[in-house]
Design a protein around this ligand. Structure first.
Ligand code: CA
Length: 222
């Protein structure tokens, strides 16, 4: 899952980005409304964390700009405590949720997880595909009850496929949603990661759809 953080407070931006990266997401960052607006319009994010008080272009205008451009990714806004009108303005502009400053980063993470799973149509934070269970809260994967240790890239890949279970995901889409902007992207590495992931999981839950991409599906019972 790839996220964007738009926050002009450098320390807070770093704090949020670090927490999200530690939770297994690929994260891009912007420090003003103009940069944020541009990134949100041009890059495919799974969710965005958007501060409302931003230099150059304010957060509500950024959000309106994205929605006008047809961008439907979930957006969580960051608002000041005493500014209830900001929340109203934010929701009217197309926000999906908000967190009031100052906040505990754990709350932000929980809200982001909820936005991501709702966007993908899942009701709980645990994703299940046949014998594979992926706990998005703890970033843990279990196969037939046994924990499997994955690298952050392998985890991201599996989490993305399992969020979109039953749908073919192209290699291009994976590259766009698994790596941040600064990463040296190469779609060939996806094949390598899929290979490693299959080996570690030891069960057939990732199928290759020739010429199209990959699909996560529960193995058929024999
Ligand atoms: Ca601000």
């Amino acid at each position: 899952m790839r996220l964007l953080v738009v926050e002009d407070d450098k320390d807070l931006n770093r704090q949020i980005v670090t927490a999200l990266e530690n939770a297994g997401y690929a994260v891009d960052k912007a420090f003003d409304g103009e940069e944020g607006l541009y990134l949100g319009e041009t890059e495919p994010y799974d969710a965005v964390i958007l501060d409302l008080g931003l230099p150059k272009v304010d957060g509500v205008s950024v959000l309106q700009g994205w929605r006008r451009a047809g961008k439907t990714m979930p957006v969580l806004i960051l608002t000041a405590r005493d500014r209830w009108s900001d929340k109203v303005g934010g929701f009217d502009a197309g926000a999906d949720d908000y967190v009031t400053k100052p906040f505990h980063v754990e709350e932000l993470l929980a809200r982001v997880r909820a936005l991501l799973r709702r966007a993908a149509g899942h009701a709980t934070s645990e994703l299940v595909c046949g014998p594979v269970r992926l706990d998005t809260r703890a970033s843990r994967v279990v196969v037939d009850g046994n924990p499997v240790k994955l690298t952050s890239h392998e985890y991201r890949l599996l989490a993305y496929l399992m969020h979109h279970q039953g749908r073919v995901v192209s290699r291009t889409e994976l590259v766009e949603h698994l790596y941040d902007q600064d990463f040296d992207r190469d779609s060939n590495t996806i094949e390598v990661f899929v290979g490693r992931l299959r080996k570690k999981l030891g069960v057939e839950v990732i199928e290759t759809v020739r010429g199209l991409g990959y699909i996560a599906a529960a193995p058929e019972k024999v």
